[in-house]
Design a protein around this ligand. Structure first.
Ligand code: PEP
Length: 261
């Protein structure tokens, strides 16, 4: 039986929050975070607010991450940000392969793999996002798509580093739509991902892997989702833009966690 770890809840602020707004949100999360213990909280502000958020969160248990990176360490890549720059700004985490990056900006599975490797090399924890579109789900291709994105994202990682990768299952049809996957739908894919990890890395590694769910998570649905055996926490978009709803999700996950321990 796999031992559940405390909920991991990451907030993806996407392209929201100016500098003063980001400082206010980071400060409010910092203040309220003890009320969601033992949940692990991480925020992913836009690049321009990273250093300011790091300053606001310094000395607290709230982690900081970015939403994207480039795989090269430096060079003539106008508009891009390297892993070392993120570390410099105070990040410990970085999202890779978010569906908005894949579907709006045309990032490939191979790009996600390069980014995961670059993040690991710099000492960051990549949060590798995978998820099928509605069309793919309706065509019965969910597992095929998840497997393809997962294997490409994890390609070429040394055994010792794989444990640093956090995974996020985010069905594209549930992101920003208000249409959450049911706990059963989410668990089915989480269990599949854990099974594939077990085949690739062994059962112990798979049991310890953190697999988040993302897609219209709110305080009202976090409890029932976290009750599922293979859901270790959440990647939250819209509801992470207010401290109260972000912390509300974390508190609901903790409530479920205490019951499943
Ligand atoms: C996300 O951006 O990763 C996300 C899950 O967004 P939302 O919670 O708004 O669906």
């Amino acid at each position: 039986m796999r031992r559940r770890s405390a909920p991991f809840v990451a907030g993806n602020w996407k392209m929201y929050k100016t500098l003063p707004e980001a400082a206010a949100l980071a400060g409010a999360i910092r203040e309220a975070a003890p009320g969601a213990a033992p949940a692990e909280l991480v925020v992913l502000p836009p690049f321009t607010s990273l250093a300011e958020a790091a300053r606001c969160l310094a000395g607290s248990a709230v982690g900081l991450g970015a939403q994207n990176l480039h795989w090269e360490s430096q060079g003539a890549f106008t508009g891009e940000i390297s892993a070392a720059m993120l570390v410099d700004a105070g990040c410990r985490y970085v999202a890779v392969g978010h569906s908005e990056r894949r579907h709006i900006f045309g990032e490939s599975d191979a790009d996600a793999g390069r980014k995961v490797r670059a993040a690991l090399k710099a000492g960051l924890h990549p949060i590798l996002c995978v998820g099928e579109t509605l069309e793919e789900r309706e065509a019965g291709r969910t597992f095929e798509v998840i497997n393809r994105q997962l294997m490409a994202g994890l390609e070429g990682i040394e055994d010792g580093l794989r444990a640093r990768v956090i995974l996020a299952y985010e069905p594209v049809w549930a992101i920003g739509t208000g249409r959450t996957a049911s706990p059963g739908q989410a668990e089915e894919v989480h269990a599949y991902i854990r099974g594939r990890l077990a085949q690739k890395t062994g059962q112990d590694g798979a049991d310890c892997a953190i697999i988040l769910y993302g897609g219209s998570v709110k305080p009202a649905n976090a409890y029932s989702l976290f009750k599922e055996r293979d859901i270790d926490g959440f990647l939250v978009g819209g509801a992470s833009l207010e401290a109260e709803s972000f912390l509300g999700i974390a508190r609901e996950a903790v409530r479920a966690y205490k019951e499943v321990l």
